[in-house]
Ligand binder design. Structure first.
Ligand code: FES
Ligand code: FES
Length: 158
């Protein structure tokens, strides 16, 4: 039997009926239209479906939508401000950290959470921080460069 939940997604509140077995990624993509959250493995392995749930990086393919009732969800669509890319998004573009793009939303969300917790991460801390995200294209170095560069830019802006 469907259950009613209320989600705040990128600052907008959505009241939605979900099946008890429905995963958050499916509700975000198929019901609410936040298709920037990619679904690849559906097994918690690749990290492509990562969103922020009350600020914590979370694989939305492993979380029942009903478990997110009352939570604040941020998807990749929520990173821009007033039509401007976030510092991290710009850094990914500048460093060539995006190729096919399947992994990119997940990396951006994981890295956003990482930089909120640690404004001056070492390369090892960045590598460790994104270990749950898989990229088949870039070889990871450009992604780590981009995150490190975004951290510097954010520190300089303080
Ligand atoms: S789609 Fe969720 S971890 Fe791969
Ligand atoms: S850019 Fe293709 S999987 Fe990462």
């Amino acid at each position: 039997m469907p259950v009613s939940i209320s989600l705040s997604v990128n600052g907008r509140t959505f009241d939605v009926e979900v099946e008890p077995t429905e995963m958050l990624v499916n509700v975000l993509r198929e019901r609410l239209g936040f298709v920037g959250t990619n679904k690849v493995c559906s097994q918690g392995i690749c990290g492509a479906c990562t969103v922020l749930l009350d600020g914590l990086a979370t694989t939305s393919c492993l979380l029942l939508a009903a478990q997110a009732d009352g939570c604040e969800v941020t998807t990749v669509e929520g990173l821009e401000r007033d039509g401007e890319l976030s510092v991290l998004q710009e850094a990914f573009l500048r460093h060539g950290a995006v190729q096919c793009g399947y992994c990119t939303p997940g990396f951006l969300m994981t890295a956003t959470a990482l930089l909120r917790n640690n404004g001056d991460p070492t390369r090892d801390e960045i590598v460790d921080g994104v270990r749950g995200n898989i990229c088949r294209c870039t070889g990871y170095a450009k992604i780590v460069d981009a995150i490190s560069s975004a951290a510097k830019t954010l520190r300089a802006a303080k």
